[in-house]
Design a protein around this ligand. Structure first.
Ligand SMILES: Cc1cc2nc3c(=O)[nH]c(=O)nc-3n(C[C@H](O)[C@H](O)[C@H](O)COP(=O)(O)OP(=O)(O)OC[C@H]3O[C@@H](n4cnc5c(N)ncnc54)[C@H](O)[C@@H]3O)c2cc1C
Length: 401
């Protein structure tokens, strides 16, 4: 098994590195480095720069605008963009819906929706989770009933935790079309819903770190043309599973782990802790764990690898990668000490606030967002399938065999 990169792969790495250095706008890079919230325009700007180079949709086939990369190139691309301070790719349109439409969509759906995803003209919300249907996704209760003339579905229900729905003009949703099916998985369909339709109500959810990236979406008698059904009626569960396989791909976030570990090293120096033996030992420990994770990922990418259970291997990477990132964020907070919990003295004294960005004039800007970043990282072990469920999948595959 070969676990090093070939000269061609190393050359590709350098090409991506140089591209990011030259084209990533400095303002966006600075926000990423400081752990600040990115605006919709920041993402769109970067995504369009990538698209102009043909690099926004690495997982798509060449005939749909993908660059035709190997898995190793995609891995290197993720790592280099993260290390270069680029925003992560928002998955819903590019990494989730795109592959589903390519595999199961009609020619009309592909022609209508895929180019707009690539151009970042349309942002898609993922309407899967509901109150009572998260880990147990087959319990979705949102209904879609076909009107008597067979031209429209009428959708009623309540989706929750819908990332970036306030920026999205479309949603792909799992909806129940056959409440009498023998198994809950069998009566579900995959529907594309225009979020500007009458009856769609998006309400923000305030997150731990103060942002509102998440939303609740209420669907009240929303009429959806029958042409917006993806694949076959009642077969949506299999398309949803296909999509979730793509969601978990890359969720280990090795590039992001490296990015944050580098941030920890830089902050340690800034805080005068570069000779602190305990801190250095912890950094070294993370380095080792990250190396082990990286080698596991590379082993899976190796052409000789005969994957026993690919979905389970993705689960292993997801659990280890997300837990490692959470631990690194915890270390970042410890390095910053009291500076990690900034407060706005002006706001407390009634002299006007800092506009809500949490910055404390007394704290170096590199530290001001750390508490928010730490809190935000709690989500990593939840989305994409909670880690407890991933552990169940792993144990079922390997321990009960
Ligand atoms: C930041 C973020 C973004 C998200 N974005 C989206 C989105 O865009 N679209 C969307 O549809 N959803 C989204 N989600 C929802 C996400 O998919 C669900 O939160 C996740 O599937 C868990 O479902 P739940 O929240 O209902 O928790 P539950 O399923 O109720 O689980 C709660 C806890 O119970 C335990 N548990 C549950 N089941 C098991 C089990 N079988 N074995 C062991 N323990 C178990 C676990 O500890 C789990 O953490 C997002 C979530 C987060 C945090």
């Amino acid at each position: 098994m070969r676990l090093t990169f070939s000269p061609a792969e190393e050359a590709f790495r350098q090409e991506v590195r140089a591209f990011v250095k030259e084209h990533l706008p400095a303002g966006i890079k600075r926000k990423v480095e400081l752990g600040l919230r990115l605006e919709h325009a920041d993402y769109v700007t970067w995504f369009r720069i990538l698209e102009a180079r043909g690099w926004l949709t690495p997982g798509w086939p060449v005939e749909h605008g993908g660059p035709g990369w190997t898995h190793v190139q995609r891995y290197l691309f993720d790592e280099e963009t993260m290390l270069g301070g680029a925003p992560r790719i928002i998955a819903s349109g590019i990494q989730m819906l795109g592959p589903v439409l390519i595999a199961f969509g009609t020619p009309e759906q592909k022609a209508r929706y895929l180019p707009d995803i690539r151009q970042s003209n349309t942002w898609w919300a993922q309407g899967f989770s509901e109150p009572g249907a998260g880990s147990d996704l087959a319990a979705v209760r949102t209904t879609a009933v076909l009107e008597p003339d067979g031209k429209h579905f009428v959708v009623n229900g309540h989706k929750v935790w819908t990332s970036y729905a306030h920026w999205c003009s479309m949603m792909f949703a799992l909806v129940r079309t056959d409440p009498d099916a023998a198994k809950p998985q069998e009566g579900i369909s995959f529907l594309l819903i225009d979020m500007k339709s009458p009856g769609v109500d998006v309400r923000p959810i305030r997150m731990l770190e103060g942002g509102t990236d998440l939303n609740e979406c209420y669907l009240d008698n929303v009429r959806v043309p029958v042409g917006n059904l993806v694949g076959e009626l009642h077969k949506g569960w299999s398309y949803g599973k296909y999509l979730l396989g793509h969601e978990r791909t890359g969720i280990a976030g090795i590039g992001s782990c490296k990015q944050q570990l580098e941030r920890a090293r830089t902050l340690a120096v800034q805080q005068g802790l570069e000779h602190d033996a305990v801190l250095q030992a912890r950094l070294a420990q993370f380095e080792i764990e990250l190396l082990a994770l990286e080698f596991t990922a590379l082993r899976l990418l190796s052409p000789n690898q005969q994957s026993r259970v690919p979905a389970v291997e993705a689960s292993m990477l997801k659990v280890r990668g997300t837990e490692l990132r959470q631990a690194i964020y915890e270390l970042l907070v410890e390095i910053a000490g009291p500076h990690a919990v900034p407060f706005d003295e002006g706001a407390l004294l009634g002299e006007g606030g800092d506009g809500g960005d949490g910055a404390d004039a007394a704290s170096p800007p590199e530290l001001a967002a750390l508490a928010a970043n730490y809190l935000d990282a709690r989500k990593l072990s939840i989305y994409g399938g909670v880690n407890e469920v991933q552990r169940n999948l792993i144990s079922k595959a390997f321990l009960s065999a």
